[in-house]
Design a protein around this ligand. Structure first.
Ligand code: MLC
Ligand code: AMP
Length: 520
């Protein structure tokens, strides 16, 4: 009898390691500036040790491993080890504060939590209260209890077998309204998307990826890391984005992935020249709209045309401009600025009107998608999941777009109330909820306005209760104590009233219009 099919993402990544396990897989620098080199063998051994540690804990199948640590190669090894041992990885933004962490841990009920040594006091308190049995620490200097404990375990580990439908990761995202929802991604979702992108973007074994993104979101964690590992190619690993460090690394690299803010910041550096970028094969942008000016300035300065793609936590990658001639679209190979390219192979994409009817080419409407990449649903929220799918199985992205006569998709807006700031999502409903709880506040509205660096930022407009006197600075200070820094409004105004339509609904479009020139 044949062995059952193994769809483990880790097994596929491991199988792509080059034959020479002593070749360098990752180059990075320690916080003190010391260069560090990791071979493929190092990755194999170290991820085995952590996987064996996790396996020794006797966790039930499907256990979540929640991780809020600074970016380091060891944090990547923890991700790989979690997959390897067959558990579910749950990454958390390092900017999240205690109220946010309390919600995620309470909702996901992880069996294991890994945090920074500095946060152990408050994170472990939240975790133990929520019933988590194991809390480990992992610091930026390869320190902390996770690695100390893992060092006692064997450096070989046979990856857990997984089916395509088994959960691999949960990414929290807020979607349209209310509290964050955990998007459940399976081994099949992640692996099928990674394999397809690898081919579509012409990945080569001698590629060298500059990895400068955070590793708690789809972009840095899945798209970038899976591409490099599946390609058996080297990564130049930067713990934090620094435009000068990326430009300095370009002559030794071939591929770079970034959100638009990273491209804007690199364009601000005189060292970014055609010569500096001459060794590069591919620049990829996504997670937020790339302004056409940035696209053109980049072309002019470096001679490279940025490839823009579009995706989301629930679906990983959905569309991409072509890397090479796309036979499905008459051999077109042009990367068109202001578009996110074609639906990727295996991804179904349609544009529908508010009545759910499919629209013709050139007509603007709601983007819906389907494919092996589309997530399994929201963690413990079957009703929410059902709401976000059509009866015939298409996922409602909440993005508004149009497909042109050549097949290119253009995102023109969002039906979901969402601000994308420097590639991070800010949900106005969440921030407004915190503002409305402050003493003296009657109500508030948070709107996104254009910003030269972050693309878009939040501006809060607040109404005081009768008789109350509010200071904008005090509102911002109170929010800083409770929310991740990127969610803090960059400006706050206290005004007598909010504009409303005849139904009484706040007209955010008027507020956006009013404040659009604030950071111009
Ligand atoms: C930092 N700050 C931000 C911010 N990032 N404000 C608004 N939006 C942001 N994104 C603020 C902080 O609050 C702080 O303010 C000040 O900037 C300095 O903080 P920092 O941490 O030192 O900032 P910096 O390192 O410069 O970070 C900027 C950045 C980072 C652009 C490098 O935001 C980043 O890495 N963004 C990438 C996000 C990403 O990976 N997205 C992928 C999502 S996946 P103060 O006032 O406290 O000093 C996805 C799906 C898909 O969307 O399609 O890919
Ligand atoms: P997230 O929930 O963090 O995964 O964010 C996904 C959202 O980012 C999508 O629904 C889009 O609104 C947006 N997005 C991703 N890539 C692009 C892009 N290239 N252009 C415009 N918006 C994008």
């Amino acid at each position: 009898m044949n062995a059952p099919r193994n769809d483990s993402l880790f097994a596929a990544l491991r199988a792509a390691f080059p034959a020479d396990l002593d070749a360098t897989a990752i180059e990075t620098t320690a916080p003190d500036g010391t260069p560090l080199y990791y071979t493929w063998r190092d990755i194999d051994r170290a991820s085995s040790r952590i996987a064996n540690l996790l396996a020794s804990l006797g966790l039930p199948g499907g256990s979540r491993v929640a991780v809020q640590v600074e970016k380091s190669v060891e944090a990547l090894l923890l991700y790989l080890a979690t997959l390897r041992a067959g558990y579910v990885f749950l990454p958390l933004n390092t900017a999240y504060q205690s109220a946010e962490i309390e919600y995620f841990i309470g909702n996901a009920e992880p069996a294991v939590v890994v945090c920074t040594p500095g946060n152990f006091g408050w994170v472990s308190k939240i975790a133990f209260t929520a019933g988590t049995r194991h809390v480990f620490t992992l610091g930026e200097n390869r320190n902390g209890s996770l690695l100390e404990r893992a060092a006692h375990h064997a450096d070989t580990h046979e990856a857990a077998r997984k089916g395509a439908d088994d959960l691999a990761a949960i990414l929290y995202t807020s979607g349209t309204t209310g509290r964050s929802k955990g998007a459940m991604l399976t081994h099949g979702n992640l692996l099928s998307n990674a394999v397809m992108l690898n081919e579509y973007w012409g990945w080569r074994r001698d590629d060298v990826l500059i990895h400068a993104l955070p590793i708690f979101h789809v972009h840095g964690l899945f798209v970038a890391i899976h591409a490099a590992l599946l390609g058996g190619s080297k990564m130049l690993w930067l713990a934090k984005f620094d435009p000068r460090a990326v430009i300095a690394a370009l002559p030794r690299a071939t591929v770079f992935m970034g959100v638009p803010t990273l491209y804007v910041r690199m364009l601000g550096e005189g060292a970014l020249t055609r010569e500096a970028a001459s060794h590069m094969r591919l620049f990829i942008s996504g997670s937020a709209p790339l302004l056409i000016e940035t696209f053109r300035d980049w072309q002019e300065r470096t001679g490279h045309t940025i490839l823009e793609r579009y995706g989301m936590s629930e679906t990983i990658m959905l569309t991409s401009n072509p890397y090479a001639a796309d036979a499905r679209h008459g051999g077109q190979d042009e990367r068109r600025g202001g578009t996110v390219g074609f639906p990727l192979p295996g991804v179904g994409l349609r544009v529908v009107g508010d009545d759910g009817q499919a629209l013709a080419v050139g007509e603007t409407g709601n983007i819906q998608v389907r494919g092996a990449n589309v997530f399994k649903g929201y963690w413990r929220m079957p009703e929410k999941t059902a709401e976000e799918f059509t009866p015939d199985g298409w996922f409602k992205t909440g993005d508004v777009g149009v497909v042109d006569e050549r097949g290119y998709v253009r995102i023109v807006g969002r039906s979901k109330d969402l601000i994308i700031s420097g590639g991070y999502n800010v949900y106005p409903a969440e921030v407004e909820g915190y503002i409305n709880e402050l003493p003296g506040v009657a109500e508030s509205a948070l709107v996104g306005v254009p910003h030269p660096d972050f693309g878009e930022v939040g501006v809060a407009v607040v109404i005081a209760k009768p008789g109350a006197v509010l200071q904008p600075e005090a509102i911002v200070a109170a929010l800083k104590a409770r929310l991740a820094n990127f969610k803090i409004p960059k400006q706050c105004y206290v005004v007598p009233e909010l504009p409303r339509n005849t139904m009484g609904k706040v007209q955010k479009n008027l507020l956006r219009e009013q404040y659009k020139g604030l950071f111009a």
